[in-house]
Design a protein around this ligand. Structure first.
Ligand SMILES: NC(=O)c1ccc[n+]([C@@H]2O[C@H](COP(=O)([O-])OP(=O)(O)OC[C@H]3O[C@@H](n4cnc5c(N)ncnc54)[C@H](OP(=O)(O)O)[C@@H]3O)[C@@H](O)[C@H]2O)c1
Length: 351
């Protein structure tokens, strides 16, 4: 996968100029030109990880309400793999299709109506099926309402790995489960990209957090993140173990994986308890009497970004990153995802 050197040189944005006297000046921010090309990891057809190729494509032009982000990192999600393999939620896909729904970087240009950001600001963003292309790219143009400031405690790699998963975890714990101090909360699927963040947000809200984990490394990780009790959902004694951890029942469950063991766990939810799961979890948790079962999507908005920024700092959130791949190895990142047992999130390092 070789790129044309001239193409790459031609599309490098100027961030600084060296004058004749050797002094460094900051170049005036400017919008990218239409001719400018960028490196992307894109697909020309649905298929296995090997369909992901490094491609030079035009830098998207930000519309009046959009921000052009020079990406430093992008998250790799299980839903990206579903899309790559042929799952497409709306209309007909346009190839080449740049994968990726979230990431972080710096504002490279902005539309005329964007007031919240300046060129150079550190931002993260989430846009599912972005019409102007995904985040496995050097640049992405995103609706400014779906862009937030990177919280102080995160670097751009961590932020790139936590934009949509952070929103999904926080909204699950706060908006849908409304976790309160002293409640017993189970995070089912706690070792993955959303779960590792959800454990921390539930702990921050003062809950007694129970978590699933398979294997020693996974168990140690969720304990470090704040889980008080951990059990292996793949053990034949899983439900028995959970019953011992929660003899008085469970108040709320965030389900990040489905199936028979989850259903057994949900039998231990107290009357009046809540179960939330983001769309994509399969099989979906079954409805049951006296328990509220809530399906939701992680949503990006100005308010959601501000709340996440604050929650990340207050919860002193850590973003576990299981593996980092350069953009050119996005196919390898998808192969790793396929193997499972990913502790936290996989990320692409773009700059
Ligand atoms: N709708 C939305 O807005 C939205 C946003 C984000 C995520 N999601 C969905 O939420 C789900 C979780 O996302 P994620 O990124 O956190 O995925 P992930 O990183 O793959 O994590 C999945 C977690 O579930 C566990 N798990 C998988 N199969 C299991 C089973 N049969 N029994 C028990 N545990 C099992 C995994 O543990 P092991 O590693 O040990 O298997 C891991 O802890 C996915 O379905 C995703 O599509 C939806």
């Amino acid at each position: 996968m070789k790129l044309d050197r001239e193409d790459i040189a031609a599309r490098q944005p100027a961030t600084g100029l060296i004058s004749k006297r050797g002094r460094r000046h900051l170049a005036r921010p400017r919008a990218e030109t239409k001719k400018t090309l960028m490196k992307t990891a894109a697909i020309d057809r649905f298929g296995p990880p090997s369909v992901i190729k490094l491609r030079l494509l035009p830098v998207p032009e930000p519309g009046p309400r959009e921000v052009l982000i020079a990406l430093h990192a992008a998250g790799v999600g299980v839903w990206d793999a579903d899309i790559r393999a042929g799952w497409w939620p709306q209309g007909r896909p346009k190839f080449p299709l740049v994968l990726g729904s979230d990431g972080a970087g710096t504002v490279a240009a902005k539309g005329a109506l964007v007031r919240r950001f300046n060129v150079g600001d550190k931002v993260w963003a989430y846009e599912f099926i972005n019409p102007k292309g995904g985040f496995y790219a050097e640049y992405v143009a995103v609706n400014a309402e779906h862009v937030g400031r990177v919280p102080r405690r995160l670097d751009l790699l961590q932020a790139g790995a936590a934009a949509v998963t952070g929103l999904t975890a926080l909204q699950g714990i706060d908006d849908h489960l409304r976790v309160c101090k002293g409640e017993t909360v189970l995070i089912f699927g706690a070792t993955g990209a959303v779960g590792t963040l959800a454990v921390q947000f539930a702990k921050w809200r003062g809950a007694r957090v129970l978590a699933t984990a398979s294997g020693r490394a996974a168990t140690e990780l969720v304990k470090r993140l704040g889980a008080k009790g951990v059990f292996d959902p793949r053990s034949p004694r899983a439900i028995e173990q959970l019953r011992a951890l929660a003899p008085d029942g469970i108040d709320a469950v965030l389900a990040l994986a489905g199936g028979k063991t989850l259903e057994g766990c949900l039998d231990l939810v107290s009357p009046g308890g809540r179960v939330a799961y983001p769309h994509g979890v399969e099989p979906e948790p079954k409805r049951r009497p006296k328990v509220r079962v809530i399906a939701y999507d992680g949503e990006a908005s100005v308010l959601a970004s501000a709340r996440l920024e604050r929650a990340v700092d207050e919860a002193r959130l850590r973003v576990p990153i299981a593996a980092v791949y350069p953009l050119a190895q996005a196919a390898k990142a998808h192969e790793r995802l396929k193997k499972g047992q990913v502790l936290g999130r996989i990320a692409l390092k773009i700059r």
